[in-house]
Design a protein around this ligand. Structure first.
Ligand SMILES: [Zn+2]
Length: 409
């Protein structure tokens, strides 16, 4: 069948073909044009012409869109069907014209989103979907504040993004399941990348750690684990809290990895809720973490009149005490597992929105700093995730033993 070709030559030929095939596949996925079922974005570009700033999205297929403007701070939000983000970017690198920065990613199931941060008020003066090659285009004209009109919204053929449920429905605890419910919250996600350093995203580190913690807790068979998210999707802070409450969480652990202006700063620290921050750094961090909803392109003005503080009733007081007890037990376990901790002020507190469930003890863990070389390398390592998983599992055992001992008294 192969004529004069020897069997070994035939084998070499096959290997060569396989290598070419894999090289092509690798290239295709790098270029973001792998055979994905969703249309893909292959580029996001900015241009300035005649005082107008143009935002262009390059696509593999035509898609509908809707877009609207928000203030406090000024933003342009572009909603699209669920897309494959081949370009995989987000950062503040793109600053041109009226654009200060932008990010993109999944917002809700079936709804991808681009959030463009603006330097000031604008009007959308033109928008269109162009073919060959497929692209979307938005022209923004800066305006004086006095001429800015609130609530401008545009769309292609009145298209609206699907209004699916934002959060996964909490699964009711099966009858007879007496295990404690541990809610693990992978910070950020989707259109909100969290802290970014080069190609390292906080949202991916938190997801990887959350999955490893779940794996270890599941293996122990002592806990029922609920993840607030299990994929790269955006989730409002209040929905994370609600999910913890609705799934009858016995404890809530939010995972993060921040950046710090000082590159030398490193180490983990654990935060609990308080009205007043323990220190300036804790206050800075809470402000940053609480901005997640703004990053995701939400209009928070309906909530601005809401009382931002909280009532210190008996339930809340007990929850806060328990949160502190757990935070200290976690610190002890982190130290035992030789996870590098901040040298002082290891347990700190501030007004984190995600820790506000009045009836679920909650802690926020900053695993380390992406801005520190050693920490960044550690945060990306499997060994680190394993250590964190073991530390959390032991801290949970200690904590619930403490709670049971108190109840037995
Ligand atoms: Zn964070």
């Amino acid at each position: 069948m192969f004529g004069a070709m020897t069997y070994s030559k035939y084998l070499i030929l096959i290997r060569f073909a396989v290598a070419i095939f894999f090289a092509a596949v690798t290239f295709a996925s790098f270029a973001g044009i792998a055979a994905a079922k969703d249309p893909a974005v292959t580029g996001v570009r900015l241009g300035v012409n005649n005082g107008k700033t143009r935002v262009v999205l390059d696509l593999t297929k035509a898609v509908p869109y809707s877009a609207f403007l928000l203030e406090n701070p000024y933003r342009l939000v572009i909603d699209l069907p669920e897309l494959d983000w081949g370009v995989n970017g987000d950062t503040g690198a793109a600053a041109r014209g009226v654009v200060e920065g932008m990010r993109y990613g999944l917002f809700r199931a079936g709804n991808s989103r681009v959030v463009v941060d603006l330097k000031g008020p604008v009007r959308i003066v033109a928008h269109s979907a162009l073919g060959k090659p497929e692209r979307l285009m938005f022209d923004l004209l800066p305006l004086p504040k006095s001429k800015y009109k609130k609530g401008q919204a545009v769309a292609l053929n009145n298209w609206k993004p699907p209004t699916g449920k934002a959060i996964p429905m909490p699964q009711a605890k099966p009858k007879g399941d007496r295990r404690r419910v541990v809610v693990i919250d992978a910070g950020h996600g989707g259109v909100d990348p969290g802290a970014v350093r080069g190609k390292t995203y906080e949202k991916r580190i938190t997801m990887a750690v959350a999955l490893e913690v779940k794996r270890q807790l599941d293996a122990s068979k002592r806990y029922r684990v609920v993840l607030t998210r299990n994929r790269d999707i955006f989730l409002e802070l209040r929905d994370r809290v609600k999910l913890a409450q609705d799934s009858e969480g016995d404890i809530f652990i939010s995972l993060h990895a921040d950046t710090h202006p000082k590159r030398a700063t490193r180490g983990a620290s654990i935060y609990t809720l308080s009205e007043r921050a323990s220190d300036k750094e804790a206050a800075r961090l809470a402000k940053k973490e609480n901005a997640s909803d703004i990053v995701g392109g939400l209009d928070l003005s309906p909530y601005s009149k809401e009382v931002t503080g909280f009532l210190l009733d008996l339930t809340r007081r007990r929850t806060m005490e328990e949160s502190s007890v757990f935070a200290n037990m976690m610190i002890a376990q982190f130290r035992k597992k030789k996870i590098n901790m901040q040298p002082y002020k290891t347990h700190r507190f501030a007004g984190f929105a995600v820790l506000k469930a009045p009836d679920v003890p909650s802690v926020l863990v900053e695993l380390g700093y992406l801005s520190n070389k050693t920490d960044k390398k550690m945060l990306l390592s499997k060994n680190f995730r394993k250590k964190v998983g073991r530390a959390i599992l032991t801290a949970l055992d200690d904590f619930f033993k403490h709670i049971d001992d108190l109840a037995a008294r």
